[in-house]
Design a protein around this ligand. Structure first.
Ligand code: BG6
Ligand code: BG6
Ligand code: GLC
Ligand code: GLC
Length: 917
C-alpha cells in the first residue's frame, strides 16, 4: 500500500518537475488570455485592411472575394462532378443533389495519389494529371457520355473576379508546381481536359476548401456562415456584407470572403509571438517568409515544430540525457499524427514511448512526460491562435449585424481538428472565452468540402442556364457585317425608288423634294422668327443674322406641347402654336412686329414650293386630327388669322434634317447631309436635280428629305425585326409605319428595352420574376435614361439608383442585365444608322464619279448628343461600310431653328430678286 502511494507520489512529482521544466523552456509559446485578445484585435485590423481598396494591395491577409453570395437554400439539385485538390488527399467525386426536392446528397468518390514530382513539377503536367484522374474516374463510373458541370475545390489562395475563375496568388503547403502562379487555374484545367476528346465537362465553379466546408455545413444548418479548416493548412471564410467589400461592385446582400488567414503575420505583425523554432521551421519550408500564421498552426508544420523543440532540448541536455538520435535530426520525422497520438488520454504516454523508441531514442519516464507536454504546448498554442482569429471573425459578424448577441454556426474541417483528441475542445473553449457574447455552434463537416462545392456548382449551373436564356434574347439584336451590308444595299434601292416618278408613289422611303437648292452664302441678313416643332422641345426663336461675318444671334423660348394638344384636333394644335408665338413676341417686346418666319416642322411634308408643305402623315408622338393631307403653312396662317392679333410672313417650311444641314452648312460648305438621331430618325442630303424626277429641271441640286424612318414599311426589314420590335410597333400611334425609325430612334429604343425586360422578367430572369407596375408603364425609358444607364463612368450602384428612380427595384445582377439590354439595343440602332448613312454617301460618291469623297454630315438629336456610345458606333459602321468616303460629323450646336432662319433669309433674298426683275 505504502509502495503504491510512494510510486504515485514519485510519479506526480516527476510529472510536475517535467512540466515545469518544459513550461519554463517553452515559456514564449504559452499565450495568455491578454495576448490572445491582443492577437484578436490585430486580426480585426488585418481584415479591415484586406477589405479596403487602397489597403488591400499591401495587406498580408488578402480577404479574397469568392463570388459565392448565398448559402444553400435547399432548392439546389442536379448531378455534378467535383475535384478536391490541395488538402491531404486528392479526390474525384460525383455528387447527386436532391432529385426529389428533399435535402439529400449522394456521393461517389475515388482518391488519387499526389506524388511530389507532380505537385512540385511542371504546372502543365499537374493539370494533365488531374484531367487524367478525372477521365479515369468517369470511365470507371461510366459517366463518359454525360455532360456534367464540375465544381473544383482548390485549396490555395486564388483571386477571383467571377466564380468560374481563379488566379493562383501563390502556392502554399506542399504544392509548388512551376508556371501556375499568376495564371487562371480554371482555364489551365479546361485546356488540360481537351486532351481527352471524350470528356465533356464544364468547370462552373472554383471554391476554396473553407468555402466548400461552410457550404457543406450550411446545407444542414442555415445558421452556418463561417468555414474553418485546420488541416494540412489553415484558413477561414465567412459571409461579409457586400457594402464592406470594396473590391467588388455592389452593396446588396453578402458575399463569402476567403480570408487566407494563413498569411497573417507575413508583414511582421506577429514577430513578437514567433519563436526561434517558428523561424527555423520557416527557413526550411517551401515558402520561407510566407504563411507565418499557418506555420504556427496547421498539421503540415506541428510535428516539425515539436521535432525542432525536442532537438534543441536534447542539445541543451534537458532530454534523453543529452543524447540525440540521428532520426531526430531528420526533417519531417515527427508528424502531426504522432503529436496527436502522444496526446491521447490514456494511451498517450505509451504512444510517446513507442514513437520516441521508433526514432532510435531510449526515453526515460521523465522524457516521455516532457515530450508529451511539449506536444501539448505546441498544439495548445495552435488552437489558441486559431481561436483568436476566429473570435475576430465572429466579432466582425456580430458587429455587421449590429447585434448584442450573435448566434451562429461555424463549419469545421481538416485532419488536425478531426484526429487530434484534445484540439476541438480546446478551440471551442477558448473561442467562447474570447467572445462571450456569441453563441457558437461548431459543426464538423462530415463529407468534406465537396458537398458544399456541389451546392455552389448547382447554383452556378442554374445561373448559367439563365445566362444562356438572356444571351439568346440579346443575340437577336446583334447584326453581322453581312446583314449590315444587306441593309445598306436595300436602303440604296429604296432611295432610287423614291426618286423615280414611276416607283415613287409606292416607295416607303419617300425622298421628298424640299425646294432648298443652295447653301447660305454669307450675304444673308436680317431678323427672323423661327418655329421648331416636332423634336423633344417646341421652341419659338428670334434669329438675327448679320451679313458678311457669318454670325448669328438667337433668342429662344421653349414651350410645352401637352399630350392632349399633340393628339387633339389640328385647330387646337395650331392655336396653341400661335399662342406660344404671341407669348414669345410679348416676352421679346416685339408685339406687332411683322417678321419673316421659318417653320421647322419635323414631319414628312410634300412640298411644291418652299412655303408649302402638305403633311403626309404624323409620325412620332403626334396625332392631331384634320392635319394629314393639309398644308401646314395654311393651317398656321389660319390660326394666326383666327387670333387676329399680329401678322407674320411665313416664308419657308423646313424639315429638322434640312434645318440641321443648313445650320452646319453655314459653317462648313462641305456639309451636304443632315442627320437627326433624336426622338425620330431621318436624313436629308443634296441631290442632283437631274436625279429628281418629281421636280422639273436638271440644273443644280436640291435637298431631298429622305424620310428614311419609313424604311422597312414594305417588309424589307422583317428578317431583322424581333418580337420586341413588333410589340413596340403594335403599341405605337402608327402601327406598321416608320419601322426603321422604331428600331433606331430615341422615342422607341427605351420601349424596346422595356419590352425585353418584361419578357426576361416573365421568364424569371430579372427583378425576381415580378413585373412591377412601373415596368408596365409605356415610355419610362426616355433617351436620357438610356444614355445614363449606359455611361461607362457609372458604377453599377449608380445604374441601380437610376433604375430605382424609375421605380424598378433591381438587384446589382439585374442592373448588369438591364445595362446589357440597353447596350445591344442602342448598338443595333447606331449600326442601322451607319448602314443608312453609308448608303447615301456611297450613292453621292458614285453619282459624282469620284473614287474618293469627302463629305460633312450635320447631325442633331438627343440620342446622338446624349448617348455615350451611339456616335462612336455610328462612325465606325460608316467607316466600314463606306470605306471610300471620308465622312466628317459635325454636331449642330444651335438646332434646326437657325437653319430654318437661314433658309428663310435665302428665300427672302430670292423673292426680292424675283420681284426686282
Ligand atoms: C477536406 C476537404 O475535408 O478537408 C479538403 O475536402 C480540404 O479539400 C481538407 O483541403 C482540409 O483538410 P486536410 O487536413 O486534408 O488538409
Ligand atoms: C433639335 C432641332 O436640335 O433637334 C429639332 O431643333 C429636332 O427641331 C431635334 O427635331 C431632333 O432631336 P430631338 O432629340 O429633340 O428629337
Ligand atoms: C492554405 C491555403 C488555403 C486553404 C488552407 C486549408 O492556407 O492557402 O487556401 O484554405 O490551406 O487547406
Ligand atoms: C420623324 C419625322 C421626320 C423627322 C424625324 C426627326 O421621322 O417623320 O420628318 O425628320 O422624325 O425628327
Amino acid at each position: 500500500m505504502f509502495a503504491v502511494h510512494l510510486m504515485a507520489f514519485y510519479f506526480t512529482k516527476l510529472k510536475e518537475d517535467q512540466i515545469k521544466k518544459v513550461d519554463r523552456f517553452l515559456y514564449h509559446m504559452r499565450l495568455s488570455d491578454e495576448t490572445l485578445l491582443d492577437i484578436m484585435a490585430r486580426f480585426q485590423v488585418e481584415m479591415q485592411k484586406g477589405l479596403g481598396k487602397d489597403t488591400n494591395p499591401t495587406a498580408s491577409v488578402k480577404m479574397l472575394p469568392t463570388f459565392v453570395r448565398a448559402i444553400p437554400d435547399g432548392s439546389e439539385n442536379g448531378e455534378f462532378l467535383s475535384l478536391d485538390l490541395g488538402g491531404s488527399k486528392f479526390r474525384v467525386l460525383k455528387v447527386q443533389v436532391s432529385e426529389e426536392g428533399k435535402r439529400n446528397v449522394q456521393m461517389e468518390s475515388q482518391f488519387y495519389p499526389t506524388p511530389n514530382e507532380i505537385i512540385r513539377g511542371n504546372g502543365t503536367e499537374l493539370f494533365e494529371y488531374v484531367a487524367d484522374c478525372l477521365a479515369d474516374f468517369m470511365k470507371t463510373k461510366e459517366l463518359m457520355q454525360k455532360k456534367l458541370p464540375l465544381g473544383l475545390t482548390f485549396s490555395f489562395p486564388c483571386k477571383q473576379t467571377k466564380l468560374e475563375e481563379g488566379i493562383l496568388l501563390s502556392w502554399t503547403k506542399k504544392f509548388k508546381a512551376r508556371g501556375v502562379q499568376g495564371t487562371d487555374v480554371v482555364s489551365s484545367l479546361t485546356n488540360a481536359m481537351k486532351r481527352h476528346q471524350d470528356l465533356d465537362v464544364d468547370i462552373l465553379a472554383l471554391v476554396n476548401d473553407t468555402v466548400g466546408t461552410m457550404m457543406t455545413c450550411a446545407y444542414d444548418d442555415p445558421y452556418c456562415e463561417v468555414g474553418v479548416i485546420i488541416g494540412t493548412g489553415t484558413n477561414a471564410c465567412y459571409m461579409e456584407d457586400m457594402s464592406n467589400i470594396d473590391l467588388v461592385e455592389g452593396d446588396e446582400g453578402r458575399m463569402c470572403i476567403n480570408t487566407e488567414w494563413g498569411a497573417f503575420g507575413d508583414d511582421g505583425a506577429l514577430e513578437d509571438i514567433r519563436t526561434e523554432f517558428d523561424r527555423e521551421l520557416d527557413l526550411g519550408s517551401l515558402n520561407p517568409g510566407k504563411q507565418l500564421f499557418e506555420k504556427m498552426i496547421s498539421s503540415l508544420y506541428l510535428g516539425e515544430l515539436v521535432r525542432l523543440i525536442l532537438l534543441k532540448m536534447a542539445k541543451a541536455g534537458l532530454l534523453f540525457g543529452g543524447e540525440k538520435s540521428s532520426a531526430l535530426h531528420i526533417k519531417g520525422k515527427i508528424e502531426t499524427r504522432h503529436v496527436a497520438a502522444m496526446e491521447r488520454y490514456k494511451e498517450g504516454l505509451g504512444n510517446t514511448r513507442e514513437i520516441l523508441t521508433d526514432l532510435g531514442l531510449e526515453p526515460s519516464d521523465a522524457d516521455c512526460i516532457a515530450v508529451q507536454h511539449v506536444c501539448t504546448i505546441v498544439s495548445f498554442r495552435s488552437a489558441n491562435l486559431c481561436a483568436a482569429a476566429l473570435a475576430a471573425i465572429l466579432t466582425r459578424l456580430r458587429e455587421n449585424k449590429k447585434l448584442v448577441r450573435l448566434r451562429t454556426t461555424v463549419g469545421m474541417d481538416g485532419t488536425l481538428y478531426k484526429i487530434h483528441p484534445q484540439y476541438p475542445k480546446r478551440l471551442h473553449k477558448v473561442v467562447r472565452k474570447l467572445v462571450p457574447n456569441c453563441d457558437v455552434r461548431f459543426l464538423l463537416s462530415e463529407s468534406g468540402s465537396t458537398k458544399g462545392a456541389a451546392m455552389v456548382t448547382a447554383v452556378a449551373s442554374r445561373v448559367q442556364a439563365q445566362r444562356k436564356q438572356i444571351d439568346k434574347v440579346l443575340a437577336l439584336f446583334r447584326l453581322t457585317q453581312e446583314q449590315l451590308v444587306g441593309i445598306q444595299n436595300k436602303m440604296r434601292v429604296e432611295f432610287e425608288y423614291g426618286l423615280k416618278k414611276d416607283t415613287h408613289p409606292l416607295a416607303t422611303v419617300k425622298m421628298l423634294p424640299t425646294y432648298v437648292c443652295g447653301m447660305p452664302d454669307g450675304t444673308e441678313k436680317g431678323k427672323f422668327l423661327a418655329l421648331d416643332l416636332g423634336g423633344t422641345n417646341f421652341r419659338v426663336l428670334l434669329v438675327k443674322i448679320r451679313s458678311g461675318r457669318r454670325s448669328v444671334r438667337m433668342y429662344n423660348k421653349i414651350f410645352a406641347v401637352p399630350l392632349e394638344i399633340m393628339q387633339g384636333t389640328g385647330e387646337e394644335l395650331f392655336d396653341h402654336i400661335v399662342q406660344c408665338i404671341a407669348d414669345f413676341l410679348d416676352y421679346m417686346g416685339l408685339k406687332g412686329a411683322q417678321l419673316p418666319l421659318g417653320f421647322t416642322f419635323s414631319f414628312p411634308c410634300r412640298q411644291t414650293s418652299i412655303d408649302k408643305g402638305t403633311l403626309i402623315e404624323w409620325t412620332k408622338g403626334f396625332k392631331a386630327t384634320d392635319c394629314e393631307g393639309e398644308d401646314v403653312v395654311d393651317m398656321l396662317r389660319e390660326a394666326i388669322k383666327r387670333r387676329n392679333e399680329f401678322d407674320l410672313d411665313i416664308v419657308a417650311v423646313v424639315n429638322d434634317t434640312v434645318g440641321t444641314m443648313m445650320t452646319c452648312g453655314y459653317e462648313d460648305r462641305n456639309c451636304e447631309v443632315g442627320l437627326i438621331a433624336g426622338t425620330g430618325s431621318n436624313m436629308c442630303y443634296m441631290e442632283e436635280m437631274r436625279n429628281i424626277e418629281l421636280v422639273e429641271g436638271d440644273e443644280g441640286k436640291m435637298c431631298i428629305n429622305t424620310e428614311w424612318g419609313g424604311f422597312g414599311d414594305n417588309g424589307c426589314l422583317d428578317d431583322i425585326q424581333t418580337q420586341y420590335d413588333k410589340e413596340v410597333d403594335e403599341g405605337s400611334l402608327n402601327p406598321g409605319k416608320q419601322r426603321y425609325e422604331k428600331m433606331t430612334s430615341g422615342m422607341y429604343l427605351g420601349e424596346i428595352v422595356r419590352q425585353i425586360l418584361i419578357n426576361l422578367t416573365k421568364q424569371g430572369l430579372l427583378f425576381r420574376g415580378q413585373i412591377s407596375e412601373r415596368l408596365r408603364t409605356r415610355g419610362i425609358f426616355e433617351t436620357k435614361f438610356l444614355s445614363q444607364i449606359e455611361s461607362d463612368r457609372l458604377a453599377l450602384l449608380q445604374v441601380r439608383r437610376i433604375l430605382q428612380q424609375l421605380g424598378l427595384d433591381s438587384t446589382c445582377e439585374d442592373s448588369i442585365v438591364v445595362k446589357e439590354v440597353c447596350g445591344v439595343v442602342s448598338r443595333r440602332a447606331a449600326q442601322l444608322y451607319g448602314a443608312g448613312l453609308a448608303a447615301i454617301v456611297e450613292k453621292r460618291r458614285e453619282d459624282q464619279g469620284l473614287e474618293h469623297m469627302r463629305i460633312t454630315v450635320g447631325v442633331d438629336g438627343t440620342l446622338y448628343k446624349l448617348h455615350p456610345h451611339f456616335s462612336r458606333i455610328l462612325r465606325e459602321t460608316v467607316k466600314e461600310l463606306a470605306p471610300h468616303c471620308d465622312v466628317m460629323f459635325m454636331l449642330s450646336e444651335d438646332g434646326s431653328g437657325k437653319g430654318a432662319a437661314l433658309i428663310t433669309a435665302v428665300a427672302k433674298r430670292l423673292q426680292q430678286a424675283q420681284r426686282e426683275h
